[in-house]
Write a protein that binds this ligand. Sequence first.
Ligand SMILES: CC(=O)SCCNC(=O)CCNC(=O)[C@H](O)C(C)(C)COP(=O)(O)OP(=O)(O)OC[C@H]1O[C@@H](n2cnc3c(N)ncnc32)[C@H](O)[C@@H]1OP(=O)(O)O
Ligand SMILES: N[C@@H](CCO)C(=O)O
Length: 405
Amino acid sequence: MDSTLTPNAEHGAESLLRDEARRAVYEASPASDPRSPVMLFSADEPLAMDSGARLAPFQVAYQTAGTLNAQRSNAVLICHALTGDQHFAHRHPVTGKPGWWETLVGPGKPVDTDRYFVVCSNVIGSCMGSTGPASLNPETGRPYGLDFPLVTIRDMVRAQAMLLDRLGIPDLFLCIGGSMGGMQVLQWASLFPERVFAAMPIATGARHSAQNIAFHEVGRQAIMADPAWADGRYLEEGTRPAKGLGVARMGAHITYLSEPALHRKFGRRLQNRAAPTFSFNADFQIESYLRHQGLSFVERFDANAYLYLTRAMDYFDLAEDHGGVLGNAFRGSKTRFCVMSFTSDWLFPTADSRAIVHALNAVAAPVAFVEVESDKGHDAFLLDEPAMFSAAKGFIDAAARARGL
Ligand SMILES: CC(=O)SCCNC(=O)CCNC(=O)[C@H](O)C(C)(C)COP(=O)(O)OP(=O)(O)OC[C@H]1O[C@@H](n2cnc3c(N)ncnc32)[C@H](O)[C@@H]1OP(=O)(O)O
Ligand SMILES: N[C@@H](CCO)C(=O)O
């Protein structure tokens, strides 16, 4: 068996849909029908970006669940993480998997779609229908590639605000998200405090740490070192930097888990064999698992989008944007916050959440802090964590009462 990043036939890993199918899904479904895999907002105005660029035209792919009430006061914005998308509570059109937050969002769930109107949009710079580096550059008629302007978390939020304007949503009852989604929540609360009644940033930080930037840089270098990346012009060349992107995801995926979780799930167990093969095959289950994660990621994500979104996270530093004092980002805010972390998250450790809480305390903003005991690591926010659900439900229910919902 090939020892490089190739399908592990021994595990029987299924191949997901290929790029062509992914493109077909998004090109064929511009409808405003909520049952459509994609709803598209095409902006009338350019997006003014932090880089100075003005992106036009641009579109945002989104999904909704629930019904907006007559007062327009029950809207929830869900902000997705690095490689997430708008398919939070609907079967994913490419992978066929359930929505990525169906554990938290749905009828009778903490984010109750029987009570709230829930919106989730694919961020600008991504590849699931919103404008990004794989989109066509109107000036050249070719995919943007690296000509796409650098995106920031604030740019993502500005685009979301334009979408909400179009949907007739004056303000949000709740803005919630984990990881890069949590960064957007913090940015929302800082940029549009009057538009956010309650905010729940989960497993996140107010700035990306040196260690996190370092991990991202390794992933980006893996992509760019793949000859198939072709200086970012792989779509025109008809190549795919699958190995580079797969290796980038393998490295990143380790950071989403934890040592105890890896030990619990795989330990040093061998993959379908009684003894090591004395080769570089995927002898260990953990190797096979990581290869699977790398390969399945390549089937659903665009390499340049990965470069752009990791960069957006690297650039995020809310304190730096406010004179070096994080509290200044929230001064005068009436938003009520619930900040949540997980004990085994070493990517965004509890200390990062505490820094947010301290900053909010310093400016007398109402804030609750929940540290969930979990061995699942950073991605615990995507998994079945009853303590997360009960704390989220308590916070959201109390906020709903305060809002008169
Ligand atoms: C936040 C957003 O907006 S969405 C985020 C984007 N989406 C993601 O990041 C999802 C991808 N991430 C994951 O799957 C993460 O592993 C988690 C932590 C969220 C999922 O955790 P779990 O549900 O515990 O799944 P787990 O980590 O065990 O992975 C299961 C997969 O590994 C495969 N697998 C398990 N063991 C092995 C092995 N020994 N060899 C090969 N593959 C293996 C399973 O077959 C399964 O494959 P599938 O996902 O293609 O069905
Ligand atoms: N695993 C999730 C969270 C990473 O922060 C993702 O890929 O988006």
